[in-house]
Ligand binder design. Structure first.
Ligand SMILES: *Cc1c(COP(=O)(O)O)cnc(C)c1O
Length: 560
C-alpha cells in the first residue's frame, strides 16, 4: 500500500492506565489504531496529552457526581521526542513537544501515536494548561486546544519527518484546523503568501472526515470574533463559505468542505447525517471494536482452544457456531462470577450469580435514557416477581457541565433504594476501560435505550457480543444492523410511536420483551438462551469489529 494516513483524534484510549479518553470516541480511536497495527496499515496518530485526563468520577451517597483530576504519570507510559514545534495562539508563540506511544499489532507492526504537550517552561502559565483537560474549560479553551491539535499536530509531524503522509483522517471535527495548516502549505507550494479557494481542492483530496454524532453539542462552533482573535487569519472572513455556518466558525462545516470522503458510523447514522448536511455526499462505515482488546480471559481461552488464529483474524469468530453450548456457558459463568464478586465486594450489592443480570453503561445524558428501565417501578417489580428475578449493574459519567445528566444518576440511586427488596441495582462509580470490559463480559444481557435517532452507533454492545452477551436494545445506531430478532438479541420496538409519548411507549415495549421473551428464555430454556449467545459471537462478533472497519476505511477512503 502506498498511502500513509495520519489519524487525528481529540481523544484516544491507549491503555487502561492512561486517562486520555472520555468515552466511545476515544475507545473507537484506540480500537482503530490497534486494528491498523494488526493489519499493518501505514498510519501515524496524533492527539493531545491530557495530563489531567477527563476526570475521575466520585459519587456521593445520594448519587451526586463530583469530579477530581485524573492525574497520571506521563513518563511511565511515553517517550519524549527531541523534536519540537510552535504554533501561534492569539498572536503568542506556544512551544509544543510530543510524547510517543507505540501501538504494536499482533504481527509486530507499530503505529506510533504522538501526544502533544504544551507544558513547557517557555510558555505562559495559561498556555501550559492547554493540554491538561480533555473537554474541560470553556469554548475559548477548547478552540485553543484545537489549534494545538490540528495546526500543532501537522507541524509536529513535519518536524518528526518520516514517510510522506498522503491522507489525513479527521476523527470527528475537533481536528479540523489541520486543514488550515495544509492550506498554508498548498499556498506556499504555489508561491503564494496566503491561501485562497484554489488551495481548497488540493487539501480536500487529502482529507477524510468521520462524523460521530447527530447531537449538536458534538459539533464544535466558535464565535467568529474569537476565532479571529485566536487564529489571526485575515483570509477567513473572505472565505466564510468554507469556514463558517450561520456566521460562526464551524468545525463540522470546515471538515465537510475540506474532505473528499465523509462518513457516518452506521447505516442509519449516514441517513441522519445526510439530512443534517444535505449538500454533502456522506457514506457510512459501521463502527467496530478491537476483538483482542475486548475479549475477556475466559473467552480468549475458549477461542484459543477452538480457532487459535482469532487474534490475527477477527472474522474467525464466525466459527463460534462450532463450540458446544456448555463451553460457552462455562466461559460466561467465569466472567459473570468475576463481576458479581466485584460488585458484592466493592459495593455490598448482595447480588446473586444465578439471577439474570442486565448491564447498562453509558454517558449519563438525556438522550441515552438510562432511566427507561425504571420508567414504572411498580411494573418492573411485578415483572421480577412473576416472570423471574432480575438485577441491574449501571455505570456512566455525566459531563461536568451536564447538570441534567448528574440529576439522572441521582434518580437512579433513588430507584435503587425504592426497588431494593425486589430488583437489586448497583451503580458503579468512575466508568472506564476496565469497568467497561468487566461489565460487557460479565452481565447476561446488555441493555441500550437511546432516544432514536440520536445514537450514531454505540460500541459497548459489540464488546458484549464478542463475549457472548446478547443485546436488548432500541433499534438505533449499530443495532439496526446487528439485531436479528431472537437470534443475536432482541429489539425494543414499540412500532410506530407518537413523539410526545415516546418514552412511555418505549418503556412498555422494553417491559413486554423482558417479561414475555428474555426472562422466560433465560430461566426456562437455557439452551435457547445460549443459542442466542453463540449467534451474538458468530454473527455480530465476527462483523462488528475494527478489523472489518479498518479494511473498509482502507478501501473506501485511504487508498483512493
Ligand atoms: C466502549 C466504551 C464506551 C462506548 O460505549 P457506547 O456503547 O458507545 O456508549 C464508552 N466508555 C467506555 C469506558 C467504553 O469502554
Amino acid at each position: 500500500m502506498k498511502t500513509k494516513t495520519a489519524y487525528f483524534s481529540m481523544e484516544i484510549a491507549l491503555e487502561p492506565g492512561m486517562p486520555t479518553y472520555s468515552g466511545g470516541l476515544g475507545v473507537l480511536a484506540g480500537d482503530t489504531i490497534r486494528a491498523a497495527a494488526d493489519l499493518e496499515v501505514p498510519m501515524v496518530a496524533v492527539t493531545l496529552l491530557h495530563r489531567k485526563g477527563y476526570f475521575r468520577q466520585v459519587l456521593e451517597r445520594d448519587g451526586w457526581q463530583s469530579e477530581e483530576p485524573a492525574e497520571w504519570s506521563v513518563e511511565e507510559f511515553l517517550e519524549e521526542m527531541p523534536e519540537q514545534t510552535t504554533v501561534e495562539v492569539e498572536g503568542r508563540d506556544v512551544q509544543l513537544r510530543a510524547w510517543r506511544y507505540e501501538v504494536r499489532g499482533q504481527g509486530g507492526h507499530v503505529v506510533p501515536v504522538y501526544l502533544i504537550d504544551s507544558d513547557l517552561a517557555e510558555n505562559s502559565d495559561w498556555d501550559r494548561t492547554l493540554t491538561d483537560y480533555l473537554y474541560g474549560g470553556d469554548s475559548h479553551y477548547r478552540l485553543c486546544q484545537e489549534v494545538l491539535l490540528g495546526i500543532g499536530g501537522v507541524r509536529l509531524l513535519r518536524a518528526l519527518g518520516g514517510e510522506k503522509i498522503t491522507r489525513y483522517h479527521l476523527n470527528e471535527g475537533h481536528a479540523a484546523l489541520l486543514t488550515l495548516e495544509l492550506l498554508d502549505e498548498s499556498a506556499r507550494a504555489a508561491g503564494r503568501e496566503t491561501f485562497t479557494h484554489e488551495d481548497v481542492d488540493t487539501v480536500r483530496s487529502q482529507c477524510v472526515f468521520t462524523t460521530h454524532t447527530p447531537v449538536p453539542a458534538g459539533h464544535d462552533k466558535f464565535p467568529l470574533d474569537d476565532a479571529m482573535r485566536v487564529l489571526q487569519r485575515s483570509e477567513i472572513p473572505g472565505m466564510q463559505d468554507v469556514f463558517c455556518f450561520e456566521g460562526q466558525m464551524n468545525m463540522t462545516c470546515l471538515a465537510l468542505n475540506l474532505s473528499s470522503y465523509v462518513n457516518g458510523v452506521a447505516k442509519t447514522h449516514k441517513e441522519v447525517s445526510r439530512m443534517m448536511f444535505a449538500d454533502y455526499p456522506i457514506d457510512s462505515i459501521t463502527n467496530g471494536v478491537h476483538v483482542r482488546t475486548w475479549t475477556s480471559e475466559p473467552f480468549a481461552e475458549l477461542f484459543d482452544r477452538h480457532f487459535p488464529g482469532w487474534r490475527e483474524d477477527s472474522f474467525s469468530l464466525r466459527y463460534a457456531f462450532g463450540i458446544r453450548y456448555e463451553e460457552i456457558f462455562e466461559a460466561h459463568t467465569i466472567a459473570k462470577d468475576r463481576l458479581i464478586e466485584y460488585v458484592n465486594r466493592e459495593y455490598g450489592a448482595s447480588m446473586s450469580k444465578d439471577v439474570l443480570t442486565l448491564g447498562f453503561a453509558r454517558r449519563a445524558t438525556a438522550y441515552k435514557r438510562a432511566e427507561l428501565l425504571l420508567h414504572d417501578l411498580e411494573r418492573l417489580k411485578g415483572i421480577a416477581g412473576s416472570a423471574g428475578a432480575i438485577q441491574v449493574v449501571y455505570a456512566g459519567k455525566a459531563h461536568p457541565q451536564d447538570t441534567d445528566g448528574k440529576e439522572q444518576i441521582k434518580r437512579i440511586f433513588q430507584a435503587r433504594d425504592a426497588l431494593k427488596d425486589h430488583v437489586k441495582i448497583v451503580y458503579l462509580a468512575d466508568y472506564d476501560w476496565q469497568l467497561g470490559a468487566m461489565m460487557t463480559a460479565g452481565v447476561d444481557v446488555w441493555l441500550n435505550t437511546p432516544h432514536p435517532p440520536k445514537e450514531a452507533s454505540g460500541t459497548s454492545g459489540m464488546k458484549a457480543a464478542i463475549n457472548g452477551v446478547p443485546s436488548l436494545s432500541i433499534l438505533d445506531g449499530w443495532w439496526v444492523e446487528g439485531c436479528i430478532e431472537h437470534k443475536t438479541g432482541w429489539a425494543i420496538d414499540p412500532g410506530p410511536v407518537d413523539n410526545d409519548n415516546r418514552t412511555a411507549q418505549d418503556a412498555e415495549a422494553l417491559y413486554e420483551k423482558l417479561e414475555k421473551v428474555v426472562i422466560p428464555l433465560y430461566y426456562n430454556d437455557r439452551d435457547g438462551f445460549i443459542e442466542v449467545m453463540a449467534h451474538a459471537i458468530a454473527l455480530n462478533g465476527s462483523f462488528f469489529n475494527t478489523h472489518r472497519m479498518v479494511l473498509e476505511y482502507v478501501s473506501k477512503a485511504y487508498s483512493k
